[in-house]
Design a protein around this ligand. Structure first.
Ligand code: ADP
Ligand code: MG
Length: 289
């Protein structure tokens, strides 16, 4: 598969040369494949937000390069606006950036900025509102009348409405209740399926990553610790635990069972797969016994 984003020897130092300089990323290299759903996980301060903020030029590398479709995004700094349109960024708690009179106007803000015709803007607003489960009548309300989850979804819809080639979301489910989390994440998954847009999802939750991502990038202390398919990363559950990361509950149970000497796979990370594995193990036991 072709790379849509390529990160080459990326180092980021906040306040370089100052007494309080902080190295947030150290020599990070990897590629994001076109069309994939990539999860990004790592403990607080490991460098996740700093990393993704380079993809649309919010942050500039201290050293190293970022390529979008094979082009160094900083080769022509005055064209960085185009990169902002191509890589849609949903920052943490994006609802604080809602400010228009109506939800529709807020969602339209990005596309309007791109200078699109009104008709096209209207279509995009309706389409992305639908992806985010916001009904037509909500569109004419003030964003301040919406619930917390709805506000969050309106902010995400605003980024989707720009038709980005890559959608990057920094902890989009943070602070929501379990139902709100599931709603938002499954809508993002459906958007990914329907559009084929490359999605990068930063999350604290291994359960969420397990459920939605194809591959997962694990950050640890400003570097990449692992990058692989979800199943392969969870097969290294003991290493994840050493990095201070959690693993899904079922993975923990399976790891425990293996340590107790049971012949079972270690790459179990969803409940349905766990059930199937246990049924198979029991069936095999019956045949032997
Ligand atoms: P994460 O998103 O994984 O929690 P961050 O990218 O926010 O990690 O932070 C990585 C490191 O950079 C941390 O040590 C953090 O304290 C530091 N850092 C983040 N933002 C800034 C900033 N604006 N100025 C100085 N240091 C920062
Ligand atoms: Mg962060």
């Amino acid at each position: 598969m072709a790379a849509i984003i390529k990160v080459e020897h990326l180092t980021h130092i906040y306040g370089e040369g100052m007494p309080d300089a902080t190295t947030a990323l150290e020599d990070v290299s990897f590629e994001v494949e076109k069309g994939e759903f990539l999860g990004v996980i790592g403990s607080t301060g490991s460098g996740k937000s700093t990393l993704i903020s380079h993809f649309n030029g919010i942050l500039k590398p201290t050293r190293g390069k970022i390529y979008l479709d094979g082009k160094d995004i900083w080769a022509e700094p005055d064209k960085i606006r185009q990169v902002r349109f191509a890589v849609g960024m949903v920052q943490q708690y994006p609802e604080y950036q809602l400010f228009e009179e109506t939800v529709a106007k807020d969602i339209a803000f990005g596309p309007r900025n791109m200078g699109l015709p009104e008709e096209e803007i209207g279509e995009r607003v309706r389409r992305s509102a639908k992806f985010c489960g916001l009904s037509e009548d909500l569109l004419e309300h003030s964003p301040f009348e919406l619930s917390g989850g709805q506000k969050r979804r309106a902010a995400i819809a605003g980024v989707m409405a720009m038709n980005p080639r890559v959608l990057v979301l920094d902890e989009p489910a943070a602070g929501l209740d379990p139902e709100g989390r599931d709603t938002i994440l499954s809508q993002i998954k459906q958007y990914h399926k329907a559009t084929g847009v490359t999605v990068l999802l930063v999350s604290h939750s291994m359960e969420d990553i397990a459920k939605y991502a194809d591959r997962v990038l694990v950050m640890d202390q400003h570097r990449i610790a692992m990058l692989d398919e979800v199943a392969k990363v969870f097969a290294r559950a003991d290493e994840l635990l050493e990095l201070g990361l959690s693993v899904p509950q079922v993975t923990k149970i399976f790891l425990r069972l293996r340590q107790m000497g049971l012949e079972i796979p270690t790459d179990v990370y969803t409940v349905p797969y766990a059930v199937k594995t246990i049924q198979e193990a029991l069936a095999a036991k019956k045949e032997v016994g």
